[in-house]
Ligand binder design. Structure first.
Ligand code: PLP
Length: 375
């Protein structure tokens, strides 16, 4: 009896709440969040939807995890992340003061947006790119403008010579997979000495030359990279930025102003091991590039086309069948790829390069699906 009464009371309260807005509600920061790719957990799935690496991280990471002692968790981790910043600096021939480490490059990019994009003028990034950028702009109230990529999804560099409050370019771009030559990137950096230019290089290891080599030359350049793709550590959450010490200090000042201890001890030590094993890193990248090449051939034979990829994924469109239909058929067969229902790219699928076995399963399914389509 009492039960029933209470429920009725709760329902009534719920109704009242939905009709009259709560007093605090007008002060809530309202934001449409970024939607990450789904993380299904089906036993026999083929997961090619979030650009994770299908191979394990460097063996040294396992060693760290076996040897780590919970007693070390009593203490706060090093807020300067010295150990990992130093090993990255060493690897890229920089000084430690030129490296900022954060909880995945999403965290690093968010700190960079907050630190550098405080102009009244709009920041610039392409109409088709990493869909987190507009979300950070909304969150931090940064005005932005989106110059359109050309019909082949290439950057028109003249678009980045207009007045701006900053620039962010993913190179290789996501989800198009296209790598722009470093000379194009350099010109954009060079012609914008008054604003910070962020080059998001999440996929650079599968492509060509990194903008890191330009760090010494340009004080407005920030290069952002991640351990999530080529280093197989998406679950450990490690990203980093490289730039001249003034930029890195400004980012650290912002970081220390909201959370000093973002990087946990385990992640720091695992990161160091992943950087140390150069041979494993290079071999892993080559394996993905080889599988990418095999997959390209298979997909082409089935009527797919795609831009040349500089990443661990392909951005494909089919000559006959709408991407959305292919996506849904794949999904109902536990093969997960990424589909963006967005202007200009809603007839494309982004397919992560998995193991050769993953790709064979994908191609076998597609072959059968295409051959029986319309029959
Ligand atoms: C994957 C990705 C990131 C984020 O990676 P983290 O896992 O947060 O390091 C950033 N930018 C682009 C373009 C990406 O594809």
């Amino acid at each position: 009896m009492t039960f029933g009464k209470e429920n009725t009371a709760a329902r009534d309260m719920g109704t009242a709440v939905s009709i009259s807005m709560k007093a605090w509600e007008s002060n809530v920061r309202k934001i449409v969040p970024y939607v990450p790719g789904e993380q299904p957990n089906h036993k026999h799935m083929v997961k090619l939807n979030t650009n994770e690496n299908p191979f394990p991280p460097a063996p040294g990471v396992d060693r760290v995890l076996k040897e780590i002692n919970s007693d070390s968790f009593r203490l706060y981790p090093d807020p300067t992340v010295k150990l990992l910043a130093a090993s990255l600096a060493d690897y890229y021939n920089l000084n430690q003061e030129q490296v900022f480490v954060g909880v995945g490059s999403d965290d690093v990019l968010a700190v960079a947006f907050m630190t550098f994009f405080n102009s009244e003028k709009p920041i610039l990034f392409p109409d088709i790119t990493y869909s987190f950028y507009p979300v950070w702009c909304d969150l931090f109230r940064i005005p932005y403008k989106n110059p359109a990529l050309d019909e082949k999804f290439r950057i028109k560099k003249e678009d980045y010579l207009q007045e701006n409050g900053g620039i962010v370019i993913a190179n290789p771009n996501a989800p198009t997979s296209i790598y722009e030559d470093l000379s194009v990137i350099e010109e954009i950096i060079k012609k914008n000495p008054g604003t910070v230019v962020i080059i998001d290089e999440a996929y650079i290891d599968f492509a060509g030359k990194s903008a890191v080599e330009l760090v010494a030359k340009y004080d407005n350049l920030l290069v952002v990279q991640t351990f999530s793709k080529a280093r197989s550590l998406a679950g450990m959450r490690i990203g980093y930025a490289m730039g001249q010490p003034e930029l890195i200090k400004a980012m650290n000042d912002v970081k220390y102003s909201y959370n000093s201890y973002t990087m946990n001890q385990t992640a720091i030590e695992c990161g160091v091991e992943a950087v140390r094993d150069v041979k494993y890193f290079k071999e892993g990248i080559q394996k993905i590039i080889d599988i990418r090449k095999n997959s390209e051939e298979g997909l082409r034979k089935l009527g797919f086309s795609f831009p040349e990829s500089g990443a661990n994924f392909l951005f494909v469109t089919h000559e006959k069948i709408p991407a959305k239909e292919i996506f849904e058929s794949l999904r109902s067969n536990h093969i997960y790829v990424r589909y963006f229902n967005l202007p200009r790219i809603n007839n494309f699928l982004r397919i992560t390069i998995g193991t050769q076995e993953d790709m064979d399963r994908l191609l076998t399914f597609l072959e059968n699906y295409i051959n029986t389509y319309d029959n």
